[in-house]
Ligand binder design. Structure first.
Ligand code: SF4
Ligand code: SF4
Length: 320
């Protein structure tokens, strides 16, 4: 598929809510280069990140789950630039697990502090409260300067309201042109929730602007939509090669037209799937079900996050 990037403005750094952090309007989502997706060798994935840094991207999203800290470390080494803003996330619900997550990130990234640490895939005020011990640890880290901002990522509108109620610093919500992947309501309802959170000073960087790759056919419309929303401070986009980095940066930065070849992505389930059902339980989008003793994916629901592949004991699921 050929993708034309037209329009856009000079790439800006923007304030991320009231966190005091300045971030690039485009955030590089590292999930794409890591083991859950392209599984690039570390030097190669690091080179993609180094290219992004050289081209002006200073904001990077990662997670304990993604296993992409070594790529970020390599990218910083190759680019010779350390002063980037890194956001990570954890499923920890206890103090001990949160401490383990933060310390692992600090060691793997070879830095004293992590700019943003978030609770991963929150669903509502109730799941947030269920993670209160971990949240309280993250705030203790913030008080010590080990973390600069605390937040949550979510595919649920209810979690945006929950994060606002608890006064978190940052949210990382699912939002795209078609509303793909929003679990508990419409695009308009998600927009309203995010707008209110942003008005309360919460920093917002959106996820899945291109539906994890499902919306590539409408990529220009998707980017025009998400970048026009005044309450989205930064937009996370995954890139798996330098060509995609350059094209996306051009969209955000200069508005010059670039034409690149993008390959559609899809979820592939190998025929040796034994029907254990672990992936079905893991998928927050309810995109997987068991049929005739094997997992099957509903592509209208799947956002190609690759999270299901991490729980498959047979390594039978891949985003290809
Ligand atoms: S099926 Fe897998 S890749 Fe698709 S949304 Fe569910 S967890 Fe993500
Ligand atoms: S986790 Fe793997 S083996 Fe189990 S049902 Fe899913 S794809 Fe099949």
């Amino acid at each position: 598929m050929l993708l034309f990037f037209l329009g856009g403005e000079v790439l800006k750094t923007v304030s991320l809510g009231k966190t005091g952090l300045n971030v690039s309007k485009m955030c590089f989502g590292t999930l794409t280069v890591g083991p859950l997706q392209a599984n690039l060798p570390i030097p190669e994935g690091g080179a993609v990140i180094a290219s992004a840094i050289r081209q002006g991207i200073c904001f990077f999203d990662t997670a304990e789950l993604y296993q992409t800290y070594p790529y970020l470390l390599e990218g910083m080494k190759q680019s010779g630039k350390q002063d980037i803003v890194i956001s990570s996330k954890t499923y920890a619900y206890t103090r001990e697990l949160a401490e383990k997550a933060v310390e692992e990130a600090r060691q793997a990234l070879d830095r004293d502090y992590i700019d943003i640490f978030m609770l991963h895939e929150q669903e509502s005020i109730f799941t947030l409260k269920g993670h209160m011990e971990a949240l309280s640890y993250l705030y203790d880290c913030k008080a010590k300067g080990i973390i600069k901002a605390v937040g949550a990522s979510m595919h649920h509108i209810a979690a945006v309201y929950g994060a606002a109620e608890l006064g978190l610093d940052v949210i990382h919500p699912m939002l795209n042109l078609t509303g793909l992947g929003i679990v508990d309501g419409s695009r308009t309802e998600m927009e309203t929730a995010i707008q209110k959170a942003h008005e309360n000073g919460i920093g917002v960087f959106s996820m899945k602007a291109l539906g994890g790759g499902n919306l590539l056919q409408k990529a220009k419309d998707c980017l025009d939509y998400i970048t026009a929303l005044p309450y989205i401070d930064s937009v996370a986009l995954g890139c798996k090669n330098t060509e995609e980095v350059t094209a996306n940066v051009k969209y955000f930065e200069t508005g010059e037209m670039l034409k690149i070849k993008l390959t559609d992505k899809k979820l592939h389930i190998e025929d040796y799937c034994d029907g254990c059902g672990q992936c079905v339980k893991r998928c927050g989008q309810h995109a997987l079900e068991l049929k005739n003793g094997q997992a099957h994916c509903d592509s209208d629901r799947c956002v190609l996050c690759g999270y299901c592949s991490g729980v498959c004991h047979l390594f039978a699921i891949k985003v290809v």
